[in-house]
Structure formats: structure tokens, C-alpha cells
Design a protein around this ligand. Structure first.
Ligand SMILES: Cc1cc2nc3c(=O)[nH]c(=O)nc-3n(C[C@H](O)[C@H](O)[C@H](O)COP(=O)(O)O)c2cc1C
Length: 238
């Protein structure tokens, strides 16, 4: 969650049973940073790190988490960028395990600058972008998408991400107008694509977590229910 989930925040999560903690989203290239500034100017929380400082900054945030010796899991960084270059650069951080390409955020400023959800609008662009990151970085690669975006076929997106060689597809199974996930999206992707699915959206208790897994997700992720620095159920019981 931009502006919230930095290393310090994630340190509160290290003893709750997560396998993977994600920091960010960080605005990684010039276009995303410019968009982030516009978003800040209209009052929304964002991380605001200069492009030349980002590598050192993320290194420090990752180390904060990895220095928690009881935490045996991995660390991922969610990056918004209009091109693969800065994502490839950040992937060189030794302590980092996963880079996550943000094809999810829908703030108009980000979309206009070719970041976030804009990547969902052209399958070939998404596939080439992901392939280049996979080819040039030595870390695991996740692609975070938002489901049910008008004009976007979620199964085709998942196929493109899989063919590009990504390790994970992280699906925000948002169901517009509802306070629960659209589990049918996870079921369709599961049926058609052989890729590790991280299922996301409205997981706030054991029931929603189990339903996400039952729908075909291989793992779950939690954002808003963790915003207070804890989660309202015991992950180890899922
Ligand atoms: C304040 C806030 C900031 C967010 N920033 C990001 C972001 O930078 N990158 C991203 O991929 N998702 C971002 N998200 C989306 C969440 O990671 C998650 O996909 C979404 O909230 C649905 O999951 P949930 O129901 O568990 O919250 C953000 C969500 C919130 C509430």
C-alpha cells in the first residue's frame, strides 16, 4: 500500500506467519515519480523517493525486515514504472527476493504516464515488459493485476504473464460495487493457466481466506485488513 507499507510497517508483520512481505508501491521511473507528485498534491499518500535514491532507499527498507532474525520469509517490492529498466535495476538489491511489476494501480495520473493499470490495456506490451524483466533480473518476478477492468480479459492477461515467464500473478479480484472478492475470476484463471496465483481482495477472516484458496489461489495476500499493523485472524489456521 503506497505511503504505508515500508520496512518499518512490515516489521510489525514478521511474526504473524507470512511467507512474503511486500513493500511499496514505489514510483520507480521518471514518469511514475512525476505522477506520484501529482497524486500527493491532491492529498493522497505516496512514497516520494527521488529516482537516484531509490536503490539505496529500498535496500535499507528490505534490510530492516531481513534483520528481524525470527522472520524466515521473503521480501518483495511493488514497483510502478512505465518501462522495465528501473525494475531491473532495483532487482539487483542483494537482499530482495521478488520484484513485483505493478499493473494494478488506477490513479489517472499513473495511467496517463503508462504505469499501473495502463499495462493491462495492451497484451503485447505487458508480455514484452514482463519478459524483459524476467530475462534481465535474477529475482523472482510477480505481476500484480486488478481484475474486472472494463475491456480487459483476465484469463488472457494471466496467459500473457505466464508465457512471459513470471513466477507469480497477484490478482486483486476486485468486484466493483461489492465488499467481497470476485472468486469467479480466480476460478477462471486457475482453470486456464498454470501459474502460481496470489489471490487478493477483501480477505479479512478465516472464511474469506479459505474461500480464496478453495477458488484456486495458491496463496493469499492481505492489504486493508492489515492497515493497523496486525491482522484480525490467525494466519496459521488458514
Ligand atoms: C491506501 C492504499 C494504497 C495502495 N497502494 C497500492 C500500491 O501502491 N500498489 C499495489 O499494487 N496495490 C496497492 N493497493 C491495493 C492493495 O494492495 C490491495 O490490492 C487492495 O486494497 C485489495 O486488497 P485488500 O482488500 O486486502 O485491501 C493499495 C491499497 C490501499 C488501500
Amino acid at each position: 500500500m503506497a505511503g504505508i507499507t515500508d520496512g518499518r510497517f512490515c516489521c510489525k508483520m514478521t511474526s504473524l506467519g507470512f511467507d512474503l512481505l511486500t513493500i511499496g508501491g514505489y514510483n520507480a521511473d521518471h514518469n511514475a515519480i512525476d505522477a506520484g507528485l501529482k497524486i500527493i498534491n491532491r492529498g493522497r499518500l505516496e512514497f516520494n523517493i527521488a529516482e537516484e535514491d531509490l536503490y539505496q532507499h529500498i535496500t535499507k527498507e528490505v534490510k530492516l525486515i531481513k534483520n528481524q532474525s525470527h522472520y524466515k520469509g521473503e521480501v518483495s517490492v511493488n514497483l510502478r514504472s512505465s518501462s522495465p529498466d528501473q525494475i531491473i535495476e532495483i532487482s539487483k538489491i542483494p537482499e530482495l527476493d521478488v520484484v513485483e511489476i505493478n499493473a494494478h494501480c488506477r490513479q489517472p495520473e499513473l495511467i496517463e504516464s503508462g504505469c499501473g493499470q495502463a499495462l493491462l490495456k495492451n497484451l503485447e506490451v505487458l508480455k514484452d515488459f514482463t519478459s524483459e524483466v524476467v530475462r534481465k533480473c535474477k529475482k523472482k518476478v510477480s505481476v500484480k493485476i486488478r481484475a474486472n477492468v472494463p475491456g480487459v480479459d483476465d484469463v488472457m492477461i494471466a496467459k500473457a504473464v505466464n508465457e512471459a515467464g513470471a513466477d507469480y500473478i497477484h490478482i486483486d479480484a476486485m468486484k466493483p460495487g461489492f465488499n467481497c472478492a470476485d472468486y469467479s475470476v480466480i476460478e477462471s484463471v486457475r482453470k486456464n493457466v498454470d501459474i502460481f496465483i496470489i489471490g487478493n481482495n477483501s480477505i479479512r477472516d478465516l472464511k474469506s481466506a479459505r474461500l480464496m484458496l478453495k477458488s484456486g489461489a495458491d496463496g493469499i495476500s492481505i492489504a486493508r485488513a492489515a492497515i493497523k499493523g496486525t491482522i484480525p485472524f490467525d494466519l496459521t489456521l488458514v
